[in-house]
Design a protein around this ligand. Structure first.
Ligand code: NCD
Length: 324
């Protein structure tokens, strides 16, 4: 299988911030060929044979960890998986020491999930392998942003000019931040919607020069009005610490910000419903919507494998240049 001769001008994938529309599109296009491979009875190609991928997951994960492992295996790379509880970080070893020791074993790619924002960039500055950020604190989750863009492009035929509503705990969501960069770069307009307590002041400025493509809403109905895509987020309690509650109760949150057949009716008739998972059913998403005909949530998961194959290929096959 050939994947074109265009080189990907990045050595790591730390975030979608700063990636050009051309680079984003290159990943999305390549993922389509891997998606097709994943539909075949024999799902393996020898592309990364002899390469080593270490998945270092120091924070909980089901979808992302499994999908990186499957992606590496479908490309015939040797995949090694390390999780927080079974690693020496639970004995007090620092992230950098763990990373340096893993680097001493000469992996080609290290995929890192960590609770601290900036962890992937820190590791990238100190070791030689290509680093893929699989979620760092509340900062970015670039492969999720890419798989979301891939799903949207497939269903809508384009991203440019679409109205995308992202609803929920924006403050703690690295998924929202990656989508903010990725989707605005690809020309979408974003409506960010959350209670006042979960939508940081000035969030639109995160989009930098594309901030005019971002609007902020505190009422679900106004965020959904005429939307092409509705992306719901989980309330990330594990990131809220012991501070005061951000909303009175799950029931109250569901009433004001939950996506139900009633509230979905504000969006366009052909709007798709997305969620990065894990879903808190009955809180941000009514089960009838989660399992309904407009939901593309499981397709997001399928595309996640293809996107991760594309990223491992672009960074792991030795095609990256020295630039970041
Ligand atoms: C997200 C994450 O971990 O940031 N999940 C995922 O990777 N699919 C979102 C979440 O945890 O709510």
């Amino acid at each position: 299988m050939t994947h074109g001769s265009r080189t990907f001008p990045h050595r790591h994938l730390l975030g979608l911030e700063g990636l050009s529309a051309a680079s984003l599109t290159q990943v999305l296009d390549l993922a389509e060929t891997f998606l097709e491979l994943s539909e075949r009875p024999i799902k393996k190609v020898p592309t990364l044979r002899g390469r080593t991928v270490i998945n270092l997951f120091l924070e909980a994960s089901t979808r992302t960890r499994t999908s990186f492992e499957i992606a590496a295996k479908r490309l015939s790379a040797d995949a090694v998986n390390i999780s927080g509880s079974g690693s020496s970080t639970s004995k007090g070893e620092s992230l950098l020491d763990t990373a340096r020791n893993l680097a001493a074993m000469r992996p080609d790619v290290v995929v890192l999930r960590h609770h601290a924002s900036g962890a992937a960039e820190l590791v990238a500055r100190h070791i030689d392998a290509a680093i893929v950020n699989a979620g760092d604190g509340t900062h970015e989750h670039p492969t999720q942003g890419l798989l979301d863009a891939s799903t949207i492009r497939h269903h809508k035929g384009r991203i440019d000019g679409l109205e995308v509503a992202i609803v929920g705990d924006i403050e703690h969501s690295r998924v929202a931040r990656s989508n903010l960069h990725g989707l605005t770069t690809l020309g979408a307009r974003l409506r960010l919607c959350a209670p006042f307590t979960m939508l940081p002041h000035g969030i639109a400025a995160v989009a930098g020069e594309r901030h005019s493509q971002v609007s902020v809403h505190h009422r679900l109905e106004s965020a959904l009005e005429g939307a092409d895509v509705v992306m719901m987020l989980r309330i990330q309690r594990e990131r809220m610490g012991d501070g005061p509650a951000r909303f009175p109760s799950n029931r109250e949150y569901a009433r004001q910000f939950g996506l139900s057949p009633r509230t979905l009716a504000y969006a366009k008739a052909d709007a798709i419903v997305m969620h990065p998972g894990p879903i808190n059913r009955g809180v941000e998403l009514d089960p009838t919507v989660a399992d309904g005909g407009r939901s593309v949530i499981l397709e997001q998961v399928t595309r996640g494998v293809a996107i991760r194959m594309a990223i491992l290929y672009l960074l792991g096959a030795g095609s990256g240049s020295a630039e970041d």
